[in-house]
Design a protein around this ligand. Structure first.
Ligand SMILES: [Cu+2]
Length: 509
């Protein structure tokens, strides 16, 4: 690890502080919530550095739980990766921690805690790494964070929601005892207890809302995915595949609000530009459970990057982002006011919205549905890596099978049937080309995320750190083992990962 860090070299140091604390936030129209956030803002203040610099950031923890910061997408040295009890001790309430690491690669990334379900509160911020030799030219840049929100609405909290899922499944009543079993260093606040009723209200499956009134191409309406009706997990892989890939259960939580840059669709964040401006939009799905279909009314988008890495430019009307995924696009602004709409895929036509404004005129309404949402839809498997970042052709030295298992009724999300244990590792060795084959034997989408590395999708596909694995599908991702340490592989649906769908790749010397 030390040798690997030496190779990263030194660089100018940029100093930051970050305070995680309970706060009250206004989400638009005077609606306020009690929640936890970074620096009393939503999203947290952007961190922007240039590749080659070093980040020196002091985290102050004013939360009632222990916390950490994970730098989603960065190839940091392992002991800075922010995974409690694996790469560091979690930072206790009242404590602080100094993160200090070299930033090697440009890209659109983000940061969030890696403890419990804290990510589904307001604890996230954009982390933008500029390229000292930026090849794109554009006039303006817009950073867009999309998030599904429930914290502080009618007394709900993510901790209570997860506790409710587990309680209904007969796994530990109400409390968070399972965390102890996972060896996680959790200090539960009061929120972790007694909230079973919350999950019942919010945690309904899509059986209760099949009315996909606007997006009839969604195939979820055909089946009834009830809870407590036994095991859905094993039949899914035998179901005939439907005509469109956007099917299955995209999420398990019906978040009451969807936000862009901390604002509800009725009181949107507005980005101002001039007609004809070329705008780079960096889009980040910072949600807990929701995949979003994103389009800018009246515009086509040119996709330039996903998960921070360049792709062969491709035009599209809409994008699909799983939790944790990022896309960079270029648009040439037209004359007027246009909705940037993020439709919660498969979730009762709920949406978030922001506005691009280049002229006076009426602001788009929160229920506007730009036609582009029904146009060409870009997913990562349709993209190719830019030549500069394409992984060399090489046969894998090691193939690791990861079958994704579990179901809503039992809430037993796992990899290869085993819930997370910090003591169980899949070995890899430095210098190997490693292939992970994800097989999804569940009825739900899983955005699978690898720490510390960027894998390649098959057939010259894009470099990514998070990839959606659809129900009944399998897909292989390849990466070079070049960053020694212990690295998480997990579903980025925070309720899935926290109930067990996580594991570890461990470098052997
Ligand atoms: Cu998942």
């Amino acid at each position: 690890m030390a040798e690997c860090e030496r190779k990263r070299g030194s660089g100018p140091v940029r100093h930051f502080t970050l305070t995680a604390a309970p706060t009250r936030l206004e989400l638009g129209g005077g609606r306020t919530v009690r929640t936890w956030a970074y620096g009393d803002e939503l999203p947290g203040k952007e961190i922007r550095v240039t590749a080659g610099e070093r980040i020196a950031l002091t985290l102050h923890n004013h939360l009632p739980q222990s916390t950490t910061v994970h730098w989603h997408g960065l190839h940091v040295r392992n002991d800075m990766d922010g995974v409690p009890d694996l790469t560091q001790r979690a930072v206790r309430p009242g404590g602080s921690f100094d993160y200090h690491f070299k930033v090697t690669d440009p890209g659109t990334h983000w940061m969030h805690p890696h403890v419990g379900v804290q990510l589904d509160r307001g604890l996230y911020a954009p982390l933008i790494v500029e390229d000292p030799r930026e090849p794109l030219s554009y006039d303006r840049e817009w950073v867009v964070l999309i998030d599904d929100w429930l914290d502080g609405i009618d007394g709900h909290t993510p901790d209570a929601l997860l506790a409710g899922f587990l309680k209904r499944a007969g796994r530990h009543g109400g409390g968070m005892g399972h965390m102890g079993g996972m060896g996680m260093n959790m200090d539960m606040g009061d929120d972790g207890k007694g909230g079973g009723g919350t999950a019942t209200r919010h945690g309904r499956g899509h059986d209760e809302h099949d009315g996909h009134d606007e997006h009839d191409e969604h195939d979820g309406r055909g089946h009834r995915h009830g809870h407590g009706k036994g095991d859905h997990g094993h039949g899914s892989s035998r179901r005939p595949f439907r005509r469109r890939q956007l099917w299955g259960e995209p999420g398990s939580v019906d978040h009451p609000l969807h936000l862009i840059n901390g604002r509800t669709a009725g009181h949107p964040h507005t980005f101002r530009a001039r007609p004809g401006d070329r705008i780079r939009i960096r889009i980040i799905n910072a949600g807990g459970d929701t995949s979003y279909r994103v389009a800018l009314g009246g515009h086509r988008m040119t996709v330039t990057h996903t998960d921070g890495y360049p792709v062969r430019h491709a035009k599209t009307d809409a994008l699909l982002l799983g939790v944790g995924e990022r896309y960079d696009v270029l648009v040439t602004a037209k004359d007027g006011a246009f909705p940037l709409t993020a439709l919660a895929e498969g979730k009762r036509n709920r949406s978030a919205m922001a506005v691009l404004r280049t002229a006076s005129g009426a602001t788009p309404g929160p229920s506007d549905r730009p036609g582009e949402l029904r146009g060409k839809l870009m997913t990562a498997d349709r993209l190719k890596a830019a030549g500069s970042v394409r992984l060399s052709a090489r046969r894998p030295d090691r193939v690791i099978d990861m079958t994704l298992t579990g179901n809503m009724a039992r809430y037993n999300w796992a990899i290869n049937g085993r819930a997370y244990s910090p003591y169980q590792r899949y070995p890899v060795r430095s210098g190997e080309r490693v292939r992970i084959v994800f097989r999804n034997h569940t009825r739900m989408w899983h955005p699978m995320h690898l720490h510390g590395h960027t894998f390649a999708l098959p057939h010259g596909g894009p470099r990514k750190d998070t990839t959606i694995v659809l129900p009944g599908r399998q897909h292989a991702v390849d990466f070079d083992a070049d960053n020694p340490g212990l690295w998480m592989v997990h579903c980025h649906n925070i309720y899935h990962s926290e109930s067990g769908m996580m594991t570890i790749l461990g470098y052997r010397s």
